[in-house]
Design a protein around this ligand. Structure first.
Ligand SMILES: Nc1ncnc2c1ncn2[C@@H]1O[C@H](COP(=O)(O)OP(=O)(O)O)[C@@H](O)[C@H]1O
Ligand SMILES: [Mg+2]
Length: 410
């Protein structure tokens, strides 16, 4: 059914968080939406509505950097026993793509393990959990149990649940544990400190690499308190900041806006423009032959000079999304030209950008204009955060030619 409300269409396909193995496997095995390719038969309006409502995942600098870091940490930790392996925290303001980054990494890891197959391959390579609001240690233990469907009775103590969780996670061979919304853990409170201690204990008992994501965690108690510091202190950091508008000089390739430090940080110079080898993420070719992979299109937005890459992550992301549009009359390149305007409207937050472009594309299909223009973008109200930030400038009054410097009024 084709609904007339773009918001309905946009939100319809937002999947619930894949916080059980069954849901995660379905998410990871589900082929990502494919942008139109030359020679493909045209898709129906309904198919295109569904396509734009999910839309592509762009390999932003943070995605590329996190993939590389996680692969490095997993390789480092593979044969390490007894002590906790080094971990990673993806941090940044809301709607900057932290969860998407985590899930993309999880999907890549899951598919790589599937491709490896054979004897010794993990049955359940990846776990993805959310920290529940006001989490206690027991609530966290239950989240771990729920992911794998481990039976828990009301009489079981937290210690018993933890033992069962660690045993099962190690038996099925979980290699990567991803914990989202880590900012909900507040080690300044006694329950929060207990929960942080419990998590640290699990990192020592489960033979997996732990990756966390949370809102601006460096300013929270997770980094400043003692209990939190035990957990966060050994973690590397990926900064999932809003995408900067301007070109900046970097020695690090496409990972430039994602900084990583701490134990296990990989050598930045290895970042390159290809992303991690063997990556299974949805790099697809758009209509004009460019990639939906924002990270490897540096020729369009930057230049490489002996290890120094000038990148414009925001522009590249706009280009990647524009190339992935499936609209019949859209003028290719018109959105890239509007990049400064789009940056002003979205403050460089990929969540607001994606929402704006997906809404505009869906409206363009429903009203049959089949293109996105400055006027159609102007007509869309964004989330409160973005609208607060955006103050349209008054139109610049053109100086009449006769008053221009060097010309005399007659
Ligand atoms: N790499 C990406 N490519 C395309 N869209 C993205 C990407 N990262 C985030 N988004 C969009 O932004 C929205 C918010 O991202 P999310 O990962 O939930 O942010 P956060 O976890 O930082 O709040 C997502 O629903 C998605 O539509
Ligand atoms: Mg999130």
């Amino acid at each position: 059914m084709v609904t007339d409300d773009p918001d309905d269409v946009t939100e319809q396909a937002r999947d619930a968080s894949p916080t059980t193995w069954e849901l995660f496997r379905r998410f990871a095995d589900d082929p990502p939406p494919v942008p139109p390719r030359p020679g493909d038969p045209p898709r129906t309006a309904e198919q295109r509505l569904a396509y734009h409502s999910r839309f592509v995942t762009v390999r932003t600098p943070a995605v590329v950097k996190t993939l590389l870091e996680v692969r490095t940490l997993m390789a480092l930790g593979r044969h390490q026993q007894a002590t906790a392996r080094p971990s990673l925290i993806v941090t940044g303001p809301p709607t900057t793509g932290k969860t998407t980054t985590l899930l993309e990494v999880g999907r890549t890891c899951h598919l790589a393990e599937q491709a490896r197959g054979g004897h010794g391959a993990s049955q359940v390579p990846v776990a993805y959990l959310l920290v529940p609001p006001g989490a206690t240690a027991k609530a966290l233990a239950l989240e771990f149990a729920r992911y794998l469907g481990i039976p828990v009775s009301a009489r079981m103590t937290q210690t018993q649940i933890a033992a069962s969780v660690c045993h099962t996670y190690n038996t099925v061979g979980v290699r990567l544990v991803m914990i989202d919304e880590i900012h909900r853990l507040n080690p300044r409170t006694s329950t929060g400190a207990e929960a942080a201690d419990f998590l640290k204990d699990l990192t020592e008992r489960i033979s997996a690499t732990f990756v966390y994501a949370g809102i601006d965690v460096t300013t929270t108690a997770l980094f400043t308190g003692t209990a939190g510091a035990q957990l966060a202190g050994r973690a590397g950091l990926i900064d999932c900041a809003p995408l900067p508008a301007v070109a900046r000089t970097s020695r690090t390739g496409p990972g430039a806006s994602a900084t990583a430090r701490g134990p296990g940080s990989s050598d930045d110079r290895s970042g390159g423009s290809e992303g991690p080898a063997g990556s299974q993420s949805n790099t697809r070719r758009g209509r004009n032959g460019s990639s939906a992979d924002g990270a490897d299109s540096r020729n369009s937005a930057g230049e490489s000079r002996r290890g120094t890459v000038l990148i414009r992550p925001f522009r590249e992301t706009v280009a990647a999304m524009e190339n992935a549009l499936d609209l019949q009359h859209h003028r290719s390149g018109s959105l890239v030209r509007l990049a400064p305007y789009l940056h002003e409207r979205t403050a460089g937050r990929i969540g607001s950008l994606s929402r704006l472009l997906r809404r505009a594309a869906i409206t363009a299909i429903l009203d049959q204009s089949e293109k996105i223009t400055r006027a159609s973008l102007d007509a869309i109200a964004l989330d409160h955060l973005a609208e607060e930030h955006y103050r349209p400038r008054p139109p610049i009054r053109r100086t009449s030619r006769t008053n221009a410097p060097g010309r005399r009024a007659t």
